[in-house]
Design a binder for this molecule. Structure first.
Ligand code: S3P
Length: 428
């Protein structure tokens, strides 16, 4: 149980370099493993989820060296992975699980995947079904983990996605990269495109249409290792962006944060609410990134609908908190995917925000929030529901009330941001 800190009258000040992007860190280890030669990953995210990916590939016979801020992967090529001695432990990581299902479905051995309680409740048929259309032989446990993957020769596919999910898309891309011909994937809405961008950097052949909705994958038997620097994770930066906007008298600088269009919906939404966020030193190294300077701002309510959701899906808990301070009534809809994240994030947000005295109404696919600067907490003990992003959202909420609040399940922040509480304290 952690005592949450209220914000000082003088506001939040300072500079934080947020840790490396989680989605990009996972993919760098995976693609490095199936390439030939060495891949050097700078500013890797050493969090529990990404370490689940590292351990999985070590168990698949890949030599991976970890130093303080760098990971070196000694790639074995698509055909060099080895049958693991035991099941692979996915921990809490949906990204590891779903991407590895795509990758291992085309190998010539059988693998079993297991995960923690939260991951074992999350849907896996959304991945096994399209893969089975390619000839994959995957057995789930009623659509969940544990999952067995009996590697097969895979056929090319033309597939219309039924869910807006980068994890599902990436699983199909990784399977299609091993198939007998070119494949085409059509998305419902554009989702994060790190797999496509990075595969091309490793020498793959992926083409995306101008509207970002159609992806063509031509199998390339040989990928080659690269050196890359992972940009800061905008999903982690989001907590400090919100804190700086909402705590009076604040000015915070965040360094080298990824601003890929498919991920930066939060910036668009906050800017239309009136947020002062300036981008400085914009640059590109495989992915675009920039420094962000955020100042306390007067914010007004907004509506966020289905089309915007994929570009900010992981930021919705903290965006909901910003809406709870903005003038007017905000609605978030088309976000039913939140119900199948690490916890049911719609239910968890509603439950915890109501403790804080926030006016929030649950909808099947989101919520309606009436903003106020004057919450009256009715309960002072908050719970992360074992979900890192709910935990960090509540820690930011703690800055905004004078009542002393406690948070249980605070250790879940290590899934994506092990130093979160220290970095937050450095701004207080
Ligand atoms: C991720 C995709 C998203 C996101 C998750 C990471 C990825 O999940 O919520 O945190 O790295 O591909 P979905 O694919 O389920 O939308």
């Amino acid at each position: 149980m952690k005592k949450l800190m209220p914000a000082p009258q003088t506001g939040l000040h300072g500079t934080v370099t947020v840790p490396g992007d989680k989605s990009i860190s996972h993919r760098a280890v995976m693609l490095g493993s199936i390439s030939t030669g060495t891949t050097v990953i700078n500013h890797f995210l050493f969090s529990e989820d990404c370490l689940s990916t590292v351990k999985a590939f070590q168990n698949l016979g890949v030599e991976i060296d970890l130093t303080e801020d760098q990971v070196v992967v000694h790639g074995v090529g698509f055909k060099g992975l080895k049958k693991p001695q035991n099941y692979l432990q996915m921990g809490n990581s949906g990204t590891t699980t779903r991407l590895i299902m795509g990758l291992l479905s085309g190998q010539d051995f059988t693998t079993q995947l297991i995960g923690d309680d939260s991951l074992s409740r999350r849907p896996m048929k959304r991945v096994s079904e399209p893969l089975s259309l390619m000839g994959a032989n995957i057995q789930t446990t009623s659509g969940h983990l544990p999952v067995s993957i009996m590697g097969q020769d895979l056929h090319a596919i033309k597939y219309q996605m039924t869910v807006a999910s980068a994890q599902v898309k990436s699983a199909i891309i990784l399977a299609a990269s091993q198939a007998d011909g070119p494949s085409e994937i059509k998305e419902l809405l554009p989702t994060r495109n790190h797999t496509e961008t990075m595969l091309n950097a490793f020498g793959g052949q992926i083409k995306t249409s101008d509207d970002q909705l159609t992806i063509q994958v031509t199998p390339k038997p040989k990928l080659s290792g690269i050196t890359l620097t992972v940009p800061g994770d905008i999903s982690s930066a989001a907590f400090f962006i919100a804190a700086a906007l909402l705590v009076p008298n604040s000015e915070v600088r965040l360094q080298k944060v990824g601003i890929n269009d498919t991920r930066s919906g939060i910036l668009k939404v906050l800017q239309r609410m009136g947020a002062q966020i300036a981008l400085d030193h914009q640059n590109y190294e495989g992915e675009p990134f920039a420094d962000m300077v955020i100042k306390t701002s007067e914010l007004s309510a907004t509506d966020i609908q289905r089309d915007e959701i994929p570009s900010l899906v992981d930021e919705l808990p903290i965006i909901a908190l910003v809406c709870a301070r903005a003038k007017g009534i905000s609605t978030i809809s088309g976000a039913q995917e939140l119900r199948v994240k690490e916890t049911d994030r719609i239910a968890a947000i509603v439950q915890e925000f109501q403790k804080l005295g926030i006016q929030i109404v649950e909808r099947p696919d989101g919520f309606t929030i009436t903003g106020s600067n004057n919450w009256q907490p009715v309960e002072t003990h908050l719970d992360s529901h074992g979900d890192h992003r709910i935990g960090m959202t509540l820690a930011v909420a703690g800055l905004l009330t004078n009542q002393s609040l406690t948070l249980s399940g605070e250790e879940s922040v290590s899934i994506s941001y092990p130093n979160f509480f220290d970095d937050l304290a450095s701004l207080l």
